[in-house]
Design a protein. Structure first.
Length: 106
């Protein structure tokens, strides 16, 4: 990965739903990532999980890309949605399901 920002930009724009997380969807490495995966699976949304623990460059790069300090980070159709707390609030209010539906992802 020569330019991490370009790589991240490509992943975000070429996949419908992307979750930058600690670990993988099958084996999350933190509670927030695990909860985020559970929310997306509960909504039945296909998504790509990207493990930021695989490289320090990626781990820092995603924080710089969004200017958001925490991981996980959710993107839908190229748009940054938020982290675990925002996802949880949006899930509980029904807003996340509606947004995914509006963007043709649910």
């Amino acid at each position: 990965m020569t330019d991490i920002n370009q790589w991240i930009d490509n992943e975000v724009k070429s996949n419908g739903v992307v979750l930058f997380m600690k670990g993988t969807p099958d084996m999350p490495m933190c509670g927030f990532s695990g909860r985020s995966v559970q929310i997306l699976q509960h909504l039945g949304v296909p998504f790509k999980g990207i493990n930021v623990l695989e490289s320090n460059e990626l781990r820092q790069g995603i924080k710089d890309y969004t200017n958001w300090p925490t991981i996980p980070q959710l993107y839908v159709r190229g748009e940054f949605v938020g982290g675990a707390d925002i996802m949880m609030e949006m899930f509980q209010s029904g807003e996340l399901k509606q947004m995914l539906s509006d963007k043709g992802m649910a």
